[in-house]
Write a protein that binds this ligand. Structure first.
Ligand SMILES: Nc1ncnc2c1ncn2[C@@H]1O[C@H](COP(=O)(O)OS(=O)(=O)O)[C@@H](OP(=O)(O)O)[C@H]1O
Ligand SMILES: Nc1ncnc2c1ncn2[C@@H]1O[C@H](COP(=O)(O)OP(=O)(O)O)[C@@H](O)[C@H]1O
Length: 201
């Protein structure tokens, strides 16, 4: 635990930064089962936003576990720490006026709520997006062959099979990826951002 530390405020206020950069930061928090479509939608959305001239950046579960979070596994405690760190990192991106797009399973409601609270405390928008595909659909897709391994008992604590996924109860956006195309999902998120005044139509 660090002691004797003092928070040092900057010389540019949040509103001034947003005005200077012509963009407000926010976090789009994608949550859902493995194979539900988080990474696919995050990539398409990031590309769309960048082509509109918006600063957007993806934080992806698999990718972050190669670096920042390579010391973490998949026990409930490690997942909690994974999401705590990403909540903090996303908040920094949002504070820097970037649209942070996180794509983590983030299976525990309490952990997602903590990430939300961090943002709310800092006056930063947090938009939870439930990337929803029924387990049968995600398992049928099995893009990385992980469900097959999990069913054979080769991956312990696999979300949806031998570890829990707690569905969101207050997601701002709910996307059924077995019913809507990737483009349709991106459009729904964009429509929400415009309707809420986060970006211009
Ligand atoms: N046991 C277990 N359970 C779930 N997922 C597993 C597991 N082991 C490895 N993987 C791979 O890790 C990716 C999920 O990492 P996350 O950081 O998003 O997980 S979590 O939010 O901490 O629950 C997940 O990526 P996605 O399929 O994109 O969700 C898998 O590729
Ligand atoms: N509407 C949709 N949105 C996202 N992915 C979809 C959709 N329909 C089909 N898919 C497919 O489902 C799979 C989702 O994989 P991925 O994006 O890696 O999921 P996750 O990141 O949640 O594990 C991909 O093969 C993708 O092409």
């Amino acid at each position: 635990m660090a002691t004797n530390i003092t928070f040092h405020p900057g010389s540019v206020e949040a509103s001034e930064r947003a005005q200077l950069l012509s963009q407000r930061g926010l976090t789009l928090w994608l949550t859902g089962l493995s194979g539900s479509g988080k990474s696919t939608i995050a990539c398409a959305l990031e590309q769309h936003l960048l082509h509109l001239g918006k600063a957007a950046y993806r934080l992806d579960g698999d990718n972050i576990r190669f670096g920042l979070n390579k010391d973490l596994g998949f026990s409930p405690k490690d997942r909690e720490e994974n999401i705590r760190r990403i909540g903090e990192v996303a908040k920094l991106f949002a504070d820097a006026c970037v649209i942070a797009i996180t794509s983590f399973i983030s299976p525990y409601r309490g952990d997602r709520d903590l990430a939300r609270a961090l943002h709310t405390k800092g006056d930063l928008p947090f938009i939870e997006v439930y990337i929803d595909a029924p387990l049968e659909v995600a398992e049928e897709r099995d893009p990385k062959g992980l469900y097959k391994k999990a069913r054979k008992g080769e991956i312990p604590e696999f979300t949806g099979i031998s570890a829990p996924y707690e569905e969101p109860d207050k997601a701002e956006i709910h996307l059924r990826t077995d019913k809507l195309s990737v483009e349709g999902c991106v459009k729904e998120i964009m429509d929400y951002l415009v309707a809420q005044g986060f970006i211009q139509g």
